[in-house]
Design a protein around this ligand. Sequence first.
Ligand code: ADP
Length: 155
Amino acid sequence: MERIAVFPGSFDPFTIGHEAIVKRALPLFEKIIIAIGHNKEKKCYFPLDKRVKWIKKVFKDELRVEVAVFEGLTIDFCHKRGVKYILRGLRTSTDFEYERMIAQTNKFMAPDIESVFLLTTPELTAIHSTTIRDILKHGGDVSRFVPKEIDLDSI
Ligand code: ADP
């Protein structure tokens, strides 16, 4: 069976922190599905179609990366796609506590799925989509925090 991981998130926007996690996980998996969780009730900063387009652009030369959109539970999406691994990144102990709660709950509900965590490299620990959105709201330049293929002004 193919070793496939789903990397779920809102990616609002996709950052160099996310990019690094995917690149470091590629040697571990045959394929990675970057899955944008879409919740009609939750308002995101960037439109869904742009988030999809930007991530596809970043990995246009990497055939083992797919970009998908899903609604509902990550474990349901994994089951639908026959995926056994959920990939997540860990920056801080705050991330750890949140991720622990989600991963342990997922394990109760879907014992066939394993969550796999990669610790961020130190220089990327401070990179949060939330901070990037705040900088943007105040007219700041965030280009250094997103992959070079992404032009956030193109919305
Ligand atoms: P969510 O919407 O689920 O909170 P995000 O879209 O913010 O998730 O991020 C998706 C995943 O990427 C999460 O596991 C998050 O911890 C991880 N992540 C985000 N930023 C970084 C970073 N700078 N370094 C490592 N992992 C990160």
